[in-house]
Write a protein that binds this ligand. Structure first.
Ligand code: TGC
Ligand code: FAD
Length: 386
């Protein structure tokens, strides 16, 4: 994968390029050869998390003292891009662990919590998941019903979360719940706690190489030391989403480039009417538009990354990038499949898999329409959610 029409590589450091190359090599060696079968059979990629840990893809921007790689936000984005060129399920695994589990423990956790969980999450020895969405509250997490009650020396947790990436395989879950005062609290729930179960969601037609499930809490006793001390409002979980949405806006460029490069190559080799199909204007229009949209998306995330490095990226800017880039990628996956004709529907080529995966990506971390309303709110000052 080398598509770089506007020489964005000139804006990268040597470290960025080295990180990108090592993740690209990993994806070519460990993911691409097995991903079609994993997606087809709805199975995990063996030892994915320790392998991601070994290449520094879990918590890349978490400081090294906690097991992270201490990299900047551009490096994080490049890692997500390369992983999603393999499959959105692989990027999902890395972004949930990094942005939705390690980030809140690092940002809102005590020093003891950081030391207890972050190194094992960074190495992939421990798998985490993030529970915000509920059966009755997806786009509107402020309505959450999961309840945590203070019992003096411990808390009791009741409720349910739904659509949780990696819940069936997670060792811990960062769970958001409302307390008696109506405040939103973050809790670390551990597998094995009595009353905690994680039923799997079956029959997905998207992200088939990723496990998705529920989190069910029936009078789960939560020790006080498992509560994140430095968060008490919706701002907490929503700030985790900023980090994950940022990663997605880079990641999907990887999926789009994978589709574009396969379609370009195929169009140069496949002959109809005595000529390569790349010589037909209609096919060139598609390919030219793909590279134009990919380039625009690359420039958007590069600038967003520099803003994020300076801690200046706003949630609304991140929403714009997530919405634009996911739509760009899903459109390219669908259109590029057509360039392959009948061959576009078989698993030897990645388009159908990417397109199906991107149906989840355009939905999770805030739907396409929710992100548009976030932009609308930002530019007009009028909240159209309610
Ligand atoms: P609103 O009243 O606007 O805000 C409540 C408080 O939160 C603050 N805030 C944010 N803070 C940080 N980052 C953000 N992005 C923030 N957005 C809002 C806000 O300033 C306020 O703070 P304060 O101190 O004044 O109280 O909240 P609202 O209830 O009107 O909702 C706003 C809305 C709709 C944008 C938000 O709820 C939303 O983003 N909804 C979408 C839900 C969502 O994205 N869920 C994702 C679940 S996780 C997931 O999908 C993981 S997939 C993982 C994978 O496999 O990769
Ligand atoms: P709803 O909120 O019911 O929305 C349905 C439709 O209504 C959407 O089109 C939406 O845009 C539209 N809509 C809603 N409100 C408005 C409005 N005000 N104005 C206009 N239109 C509106 N969640 C987690 O917490 N952790 C995870 O790890 C996680 N992983 C996921 C993995 C997968 C594969 C999937 C599919 C989802 C995952 N999610 C996760 C949940 C995801 O974040 C939600 O699906 C998403 O936020 C949308 O919520 P919903 O499905 O309840 O849809």
């Amino acid at each position: 994968m080398a598509t770089d029409y506007f020489h964005i590589d000139d804006l990268l450091t040597e470290e960025h390029k080295l990180v990108r190359q090592s993740v690209r090599d990993f994806v070519n060696q460990e993911i691409k050869p097995v991903i079609d079968n994993a997606a087809h059979d709805h199975t995990d990629i063996p030892d994915l998390m320790p392998k991601l840990g070994a290449i520094g893809a879990l918590g890349p921007y978490i400081p090294e003292q906690y097991g992270g790689a201490g990299l900047d936000q551009i490096a994080y984005g490049l890692i997500m891009q390369e992983l999603e060129a393999g499959d959105s399920a692989v990027r999902s695994a890395a972004s949930v662990q990094s942005s939705l589990v390690m980030y809140p423990i690092y940002t809102f956790g005590s020093e003891e919590q950081r030391m207890k969980y972050l190194p094992k999450l960074a190495s992939g020895e421990m798998i985490g998941c993030f529970g915000l969405t509920e059966p009755n509250h997806g786009s509107n997490p402020a309505g959450m019903e999961t309840k945590v009650v203070d019992k003096g020396d411990h808390y009791i947790l009741n409720g349910a979360k739904m659509w949780i990436t990696n819940s069936p395989v997670a060792d811990i879950a960062v769970v958001w719940a409302r307390d008696e005062e109506g405040k939103i609290r973050g809790l670390i729930v551990e597998r094995g706690m009595k009353g905690f179960s994680t039923p799997e969601t079956h029959h997905k037609w998207s992200l088939r190489a990723s496990k998705t499930g529920e989190l069910v809490f029936e009078d789960v006793i939560i020790p006080k030391e498992n509560v994140l001390p430095n968060v008490s409002s919706l701002r907490g979980p929503l700030s985790c989403l900023n980090s994950a949405r940022y990663g997605i806006s880079w990641g999907v460029i990887g999926a789009a480039i994978d589709c574009y490069e396969v379609a370009l190559q195929y169009s140069l080799e496949r002959k109809q009417f005595g000529k390569p199909i790349a010589s037909f204007q209609l096919q060139q229009k598609k390919l030219a538009e793909f590279i134009t949209e990919i380039t625009k998306a690359q420039l958007l995330v590069w600038r967003l990354g520099t803003l994020k490095n300076d801690d200046k990226a706003t949630p609304a800017q991140i929403s714009m990038a997530k919405r634009n880039n996911v739509k760009m990628a899903i459109d390219i996956a669908r259109e590029s499949r057509q360039i392959l004709g009948g061959m576009g529907i078989v698993g030897d080529y990645p388009m159908m898999r990417h397109a199906a995966n991107l149906e989840s990506v355009i939905t999770y971390e805030g739907t396409h329409d929710i992100h548009l309303l976030i932009t609308g709110n930002d530019i007009t000052g009028i909240n159209a959610f309610e």
